[in-house]
Design a protein around this ligand. Structure first.
Ligand code: OAD
Length: 266
């Protein structure tokens, strides 16, 4: 892995590790980029972006669902299929290892994600979800959670079946929708409180694999900075985040294992 890194990035990793090793309260925000090396496309990549030929307003808004529930449900069933055989990559595992290590050190690590793929949990992390989870459904009308695992039901041959037929709620007949936060909707209250508290109280905020374009999540780094935190960004591409103190311009799956190895060895 070291061979893939320039001396400048290696030096920045060491610098970041020393800083992180000396601090106790760390807040981490992840986005689609951390799952890219697991084979899950990000949203805004020009060639492979998840939005494809549709717009955000068609696929991820309450109005889009009201206009064409079948299109939206099909897109989410397709995404469920896409993530079903994907596994955590070294970046997810490195963060889980750090959280595990922190149980016996004095560090408090709050991991917050915008991702809905559950790969952090699969790697063994404790994580706060800001944008919901692909594995859950609820009624679009009365909000009742939809328990039937139709999102990934097993058919008689024990094969995963991602049927894109619309399902209705047994209580009110409303359409079942994925339990995901769409544009124009509020974030889950408890999750947002956890995120705000961790960002406002942290000494270092690490932004990993996010374009920092979608608010309110993107505002967490600013909140941390206003309260005196150092900001680290891990992303192979530049972002509009202009308050970063340390930029690690590499893939998360390459940089994070080295960074966490250095921190836990301190
Ligand atoms: P984006 O698709 O906007 O950004 C992904 C970022 O990951 C980009 O900045 C890439 O440069 C970076 N990236 C790509 N490969 C990487 C790698 N191997 N390691 C590290 N970084 C890498 O995804 P998000 O910022 O997560 O919301 O998007 C935020 C929200 O917009 C999503 O949660 C979703 C979307 O609309 C909802 O659906 C509500």
């Amino acid at each position: 892995m070291l061979a893939e890194l320039s001396p400048a990035v290696i030096a920045e990793v060491k610098f970041a590790a020393t800083l992180l090793g000396s601090k106790q309260r760390i807040c981490i925000l992840t986005g689609a980029g951390i799952s890219a090396e697991s084979g899950i496309p990000t949203f805004r990549d020009k060639q492979t972006g998840l939005w494809g030929n549709y717009g955000v307003e068609d696929l991820a808004t309450p109005d889009g669902f009201a206009r064409d529930p079948k299109l939206v449900w099909s897109w989410y069933q397709w995404r469920r299929q896409l993530v079903a055989d994907k596994s955590p990559n070294p970046a997810h595992y490195a963060l889980a290892q750090w959280q595990y290590h922190a149980q016996s050190s004095k560090q408090q690590i709050t991991l917050i994600t915008q991702n809905v793929d559950n790969l952090h949990e699969q790697a063994g992390s404790t994580v706060t979800h800001l944008h919901g989870q692909l594995s859950r459904n609820r009624c679009s009308s009365c909000e009742t959670p939809y328990q039937d695992q139709s999102s990934a039901a097993y058919d008689t041959q024990n094969v995963l079946n991602f049927d894109d037929t619309l399902i209705t709620c047994s209580h009110c007949d409303g359409y079942i929708r994925p339990d995901i936060v769409w544009f124009g909707e509020a974030l889950p209250v408890q999750a947002w409180e956890t995120a705000e508290t961790a960002a406002a109280g942290c000494e270092v905020f690490i932004s990993i694999g996010t374009s920092s374009l979608v608010y309110p999540a993107a505002g967490l780094a600013q909140l941390a900075k206003q309260n005196g935190a150092h900001i680290i960004e891990i992303n192979p591409d530049p972002t509009p985040n202009s308050i970063v103190d340390i930029t690690l311009s590499q893939k998360a799956g390459i940089v994070l294992p080295l960074l966490i190895e250095d921190i836990t060895a301190l």
